[in-house]
Design a protein around this ligand. Structure first.
Ligand code: ADP
Length: 397
């Protein structure tokens, strides 16, 4: 017997049906859409065709119409087997096009097999003389076809809206979880950091020089952890950080001292030359946010610069703005990636994730903070040429 042709754009559906038919000793041919199926059937007509409705390139309805227009293919039984937003009108339309059967997924395998066997027997008994032309005038076909497609589109839109609402609810849940976890982590870390400082500076009793150095390393790493947690909190809900916002004048020199302190151990590990140009620049913004943005930029400069490279931080005040420039001699960013790296979770090369670590959040937060404080972020870079990230913030007046 000639093979049965099954047509579906979803590989898993093809696979299931194929397995069922082959398991019952039918030979099977497959196609991914109507056009491919027609081409295949014209070359070698099957004994029966089973098609889905919604498929790219050519859907099942158009395929059925073409099928029934072809004098060679017309007598071959045509079965619709579909799950996509099916209702009685779809079935009516399919049968009006000349289809022999209409099944909704998932059908009981036994029922499906019995129907296929019956159709094949009938076709054989009638010596392929069955099924007269079901040709409909173009206008009638198009009217019905449009109505079916519009109905399907409406159903699909409804499904999408439902899925969207579910996704939004999940997103809120995820953000709440992130915020709760971050808050829970931040509180004990802050306490540990405080005690490390007290022990390290000798307030809790005399310590050796070695212990003081070790405390400094602990303190430094706790600071880094706190900044990472702040990034997560900021991402989860930037608006919630609003309640603590205070726009003040900030002397950058003070922030640079803290930054140097947090990053110097990591920079020393890579033997980086780190230069903080002296500055008298004063910006206006929220201190906590500005510090977070500066930390993210400096941390990246250190992270993406290889051993022996250089990182420098400088400022320039012009036209009511302070330009804070982070220059590095690191791996650089290709032109086509320079927009995308400011998106949440985007990292140029995911394989670098393992090499450099990070969550892909830092720059999206820098951009958000720049905008919230009336500034912006600029980048000039190229692969292997290093990078200059410039954070532009309003100068204090
Ligand atoms: P993360 O550093 O955690 O990956 P970011 O949002 O801070 O996330 O940065 C996103 C991506 O931008 C990085 O993964 C990296 O590919 C690129 N990038 C950021 N800063 C630099 C830099 N100074 N040099 C080269 N690439 C950088």
């Amino acid at each position: 017997m000639k093979p049965i042709l099954i047509v579906d754009d979803k590989t898993e559906n093809l696979y299931l049906l194929q397995a069922l038919l082959q398991g019952n000793s039918y030979e099977v041919l497959t196609a991914e859409n109507g056009a491919e199926a027609l081409a295949l059937a014209k070359k070698s007509p099957p004994s029966l065709v089973i098609a889905d409705i919604l498929m790219p390139v050519m859907d099942g309805f158009s395929m059925c119409r073409e099928w029934k227009r072809d004098p060679v293919l017309r007598p071959i039984p045509f079965v619709f087997y579909t799950a996509t937003y099916t209702d009685a009108k779809d079935e009516q339309f399919a049968l009006s096009l000349g289809a022999d059967l209409f099944f909704t997924k998932p059908a009981e395998p036994d029922v499906l097999l019995k129907a296929i066997r019956k159709l094949l027997d009938e076709t054989e008994a009638s010596g392929m003389a069955r099924a007269g032309s079901t040709e409909q005038p173009d206008v009638t076909f198009l009217q019905k076809y449009n109505a079916v497609l519009i109905r399907k589109l409406e159903d699909k839109l409804e499904e999408l809206e439902k899925a969207n609402a579910e996704l939004r609810a999940l997103d809120i849940m995820k953000n709440n979880l992130l915020m709760n976890v971050s808050h829970e982590l931040r509180t004990p870390l802050t306490v540990v950091r405080g005690y490390t400082e007290l022990i390290g500076n000798g307030s809790s009793g005399p310590i050796t020089e070695k212990q003081a150095t070790q405390c400094a390393v602990m303190h430094n790493n706790l600071d880094r952890l706190l900044h990472m947690i702040n990034n997560l909190l900021y991402m989860a809900d930037p608006e919630s950080c609003d309640k603590d916002r205070k726009v003040v004048n900030i002397a950058l020199e003070e922030l640079f001292i803290v930054l140097k302190d947090i990053t110097h151990i990591k920079a020393a590990e890579k033997s980086l030359g780190m230069v903080f140009q002296e500055t008298a620049a004063i910006v206006r913004g929220d201190r906590h946010e500005v510090m977070q943005a500066l930390f993210n930029l400096l941390d990246n400069a250190v992270k993406f610069t290889s051993k022996g490279g250089n990182v420098s931080v400088s400022t320039e005040t012009t036209g009511g703005y302070v330009r804070i420039r982070f220059s590095d001699t690191g791996i650089g960013v290709p032109a086509e990636e320079q927009q995308r790296i400011f998106e949440q979770f985007y990292q140029v090369d995911t394989s670098t994730t393992r090499r450099y670590g990070g969550l892909g959040l830092g720059l999206s937060i820098v951009r958000e903070i720049a905008q919230r404080n009336g500034g912006r972020i600029e980048l000039s870079s190229g692969p292997g040429k290093g990078s200059v990230f410039t954070l532009i913030l309003p100068a204090a007046t």
